[in-house]
Structure formats: structure tokens, C-alpha cells
Design a protein around this ligand. Structure first.
Ligand code: AMP
Ligand code: GLY
Length: 421
């Protein structure tokens, strides 16, 4: 069958590779894709916000399944639009995507279904929010409601910082808003927990830990993710059961009570405190770079799994995994997550010989006259799978060192909690 992947990051290149490895796939399209997807798929330059044009393209090219990578089109209702046009689409509908699109929607759901999460308040104006801040313990977490590309969360160690955050959010830094979320700070260890769902049934899809801060030792600004490893060191059967019973099941029940359901990848960002899970946030898609880290561990045919989801037949699937460890390091453009230069040639990439269980996934890259250039903040992902996180990291760094690109930087300490401590 022909498949279309929407997006242009490392996550989407990893999804393309999994499609390429499927015995059921004949042709892969990617909108808009990157230099990595170009070598195994046909990149198509259509605006991912133009659902109508995407729908025409799908029909014209006899595409049987569309897989949506990033959150924005999901939150904007791409799945509803394509399904109304009889196109099978893997991803949640607009209402279910509010789990990521509105932090306040999710908090209200947590409250109604007793899902463990940080204590919170929702405020409609800066006076009430500021008065509340005066009574809170520090640190205080202030959040914009909607999508903010990972920038709408302020962890404030001083009350003054929280007051500035409130001002910035109400002044429209993340779009017009009439509500703001203020939360208690949860002090524990983070873990990401994934499930894949067909709307009726779901299967756990692994755990991971990403490193969001730009500098080693988890210092500096937040990024989309500088690297990740899977499984999380916190994972165990007892905790998995708690996550499923206290967080995932009531969330899916909450959606059913709204007469909808969740089809796609659901990504729960959790804080684990004394072996108890608390929900920090939901994402309605795979993580990036968690997707690149987890997909190489999947033994089962990816498209068989995705087809089963869009056919509401996940029950028929028995997922098989490589039960080893996977680690991903992201090579970024100097200056990221702030300003950086694009269009700098990356040399020697195609000469690197990958051993079994070593993978390079492109993110911000583009091809011009057979040369590869940087085209974004996060540029390449180096993933290695084996029995040892420590070896994975060494091998990933060894791969990066073979690249000739003068504008790159990366964190050498990815996975330090599972390697160095
Ligand atoms: P997000 O942009 O929603 O992924 O949040 C960014 C990061 O902020 C999370 O990964 C957590 O590290 C941190 N965070 C968000 N909410 C809380 C909270 N209530 N307590 C502690 N840390 C938090
Ligand atoms: N790595 C975090 C995310 O994909 O949201």
C-alpha cells in the first residue's frame, strides 16, 4: 500500500524507515519531509496546515494510510478533516487532541476522574493569578494553556518570576488567552510512558526519558529534546500497573464520556514521586526524539500495527520488541534553541558505515545537488541499540565524530542517570 507521513523531523524520518521495513508498503510519501526521508520516500512540498490540498494529494496518489507526526495539525483537526473525506488517518481527532492542545482541558479531566497530578488553579485575569502567587510555596509553575512549542511552561523560583510569567502569558506571548494555569512544583523523577490505541483498545508502547535542557547536566534553556534513552530506569511492572490504572484508563474513559475516543500514540509525561505516578502533561503523538529511540526496538511490522489501529483491530496484534536498550543523541546547530545559522553543508554523512543496530535519522536537513545542508535547530539523530546504555552512548558519539560539519554541537552526557551514576 501507499502511505503518507506528515512532518519533517527525526520522528518522521524514523517513522518513514519503519514503513520502508514493512512488507506491506509499496510507496512512501512525506509532507514535507527532510533530506533523510528523501532517500526512501517522495518528499512533497505542501503546507501541512493546508488540509484540503493534502486530501487532494492523498486521493490522487491512492494513499491508503496517512500518519500524522506533529501536534499542530492534530490539534487543528487534520484527522477529522481527512476522515470526513474517507481517508484512513492514524492520529487522534480534534477533541481528543485537546489533551495536548489545552493544558486546562487536561487538568479539568484529571480533577473529574481523580487522576494524580500537581495541585493547580486556573485564573481568568492577572490580578487573581498574582494574588494567588503570593500565597503559594516556591517554586511555582506557571503555564500557558495552548500549544507553545515547549516554551509555555515557567518554573519560577521567585515570586517575581511568576508575576512576569503571568504578564507575558496574558499579554499574548503564546497567542490570545483568557485563562492561565498555576501549579505546584512536583519534585521527583520524570518518565515518559507511551501507548498506541485504536480508539477501543490500546497497547503500551514503551517508556523513555528525554533530556530537554540544552546543556550537559540538564542545564540551560528548554529544547525540543537533546537526546533520549529507552527504557526509563524507573520502569517496572508495579509502576506500569499504577500508570495504567490511575492515569491512562481514566483518561480514555473521560474521552469516552465526551463521546469520543483516542486513536494514535498517546504520550504521558509523568513525574514519579516515591513510586507513585503523577501526570505532568499529555502529548497526542510520539515524542521527538523518543520516537527515534523507541521505534528501532520494535520487532513487529509497523504498518501492520498502524493498519490495525485505523481498522479498530488492535486486538489482533501481538507486539514484539527487542528487549535491549536504546539511546539517541541529537546533533544540533550552534545557537539552538535560540538563533542559529542554516544552510551549512554537512560532509561525510553518506560515507559513515553503520553497524547493525546503529541508525542515523535526519531532522533539520535538506538536500541540494546531492549535498546535505543544515535546515533547523535539531539536525541529526544518532541512535544505537544494544545491551548497554554506556556502549550505545560511546558508539553514538563515535558516529557523530565522523561527521564533518562546523556548526554542530551535542550533549555528551545523554543517559547520565543510567550510565554515570
Ligand atoms: P512541557 O513543556 O509541558 O513538556 O514541560 C516542560 C517541563 O517542565 C516538563 O518536562 C517538566 O520537567 C517541567 N514541569 C512541568 N510541570 C511541572 C510541575 N508541575 N512540577 C515540576 N516540573 C514541571
Ligand atoms: N521530547 C519531547 C516531546 O516530543 O514533546
Amino acid at each position: 500500500m501507499n502511505v503518507l507521513i506528515i512532518g519533517s523531523g527525526g520522528r518522521e524520518h524514523a517513522i518513514c524507515v519503519s514503513c520502508k521495513n514493512s512488507e506491506f508498503v509499496s510507496k512512501i510519501y512525506c509532507i514535507p519531509g527532510n533530506a533523510g526521508t528523501e532517500s526512501i520516500a517522495k518528499n512533497i512540498s505542501i503546507d501541512i496546515n493546508n488540509f484540503k490540498e493534502i486530501s487532494h494529494f492523498v486521493k490522487k496518489n491512492k494513499i491508503e494510510i496517512v500518519i500524522v507526526g506533529p501536534e499542530k495539525p492534530l490539534v487543528d483537526g487534520i484527522v477529522d478533516f481527512l476522515e470526513e473525506n474517507n481517508i484512513k488517518t492514524f492520529g487522534p481527532n480534534k477533541l481528543a487532541s485537546k489533551l495536548e492542545g489545552s493544558k486546562i482541558f487536561t487538568k479539568k479531566l484529571c480533577e473529574k476522574y481523580n487522576i494524580p497530578t500537581a495541585k493547580f488553579g486556573i485564573f481568568k485575569n492577572s490580578i487573581d493569578a498574582s494574588n494567588f502567587i503570593k500565597k503559594c510555596n516556591l517554586p511555582i509553575v506557571v503555564k500557558a494553556d495552548g500549544l507553545a512549542s515547549g516554551k509555555g511552561v515557567y518554573i519560577c523560583n521567585k515570586r517575581d518570576e511568576a508575576l512576569i510569567a503571568i504578564k507575558e502569558i496574558f499579554n499574548g506571548r503564546f497567542g490570545l488567552t483568557n485563562e492561565i494555569l498555576i501549579e505546584e512544583f512536583l519534585d521527583g523523577e520524570e518518565m515518559s510512558f507511551f501507548v498506541i490505541s485504536d480508539g477501543e483498545n490500546y497497547i503500551p508502547f514503551g517508556t523513555a526519558q528525554d533530556h530537554k535542557r540544552v546543556f550537559e547536566g540538564d542545564k540551560g534553556k528548554n529544547t525540543g529534546g537533546m537526546g533520549a534513552y529507552s527504557p526509563s530506569r524507573l520502569e517496572n511492572d508495579n509502576l506500569n500497573k499504577k500508570i495504567i490504572n490511575k492515569i491512562i484508563n481514566p483518561t480514555l474513559q473521560g474521552l469516552r464520556d465526551l463521546n469520543t475516543n483516542f486513536k494514535g500514540f498517546l504520550y504521558a509525561g509523568l513525574m514519579i514521586i516515591n513510586s507513585e505516578p503523577f501526570l505532568i502533561e499529555y502529548n497526542v503523538r510520539m515524542g521527538d526524539p523518543e520516537c527515534q529511540t523507541i521505534l528501532p526496538k520494535l520487532k513487529s511490522d509497523f504498518i501492520k500495527l498502524i493498519s490495525a489501529c485505523v481498522e479498530k483491530n488492535l486486538k489482533s496484534i501481538n507486539l514484539e520488541w527487542h528487549n535491549d536498550k536504546s539511546l539517541c543523541i541529537v546533533l544540533c546547530s550552534k545557537g539552538y534553541p535560540e538563533s542559529y545559522e542554516n544552510n551549512i553543508e554537512i560532509q561525510n554523512l553518506d560515507n559513515i558505515k553503520l553497524n547493525q543496530n546503529e541508525f542515523i535519522f535526519h531532522a533539520g536537513t535538506k538536500k541540494d545537488n546531492d549535498k546535505i545542508f543544515s535546515n533547523g535547530g535539531r539536525v541529526l539523530n544518532f541512535v544505537v541499540r544494544s545491551d548497554s546504555f554506556s556502549n550505545n552512548r560511546k558508539k553514538a558519539i563515535n558516529l557523530i565524530n565522523q561527521i564533518r560539519w562546523k556548526n554542530g554541537f551535542f550533549r555528551k552526557d545523554i543517559g547520565y542517570k543510567v550510565i554515570d551514576s
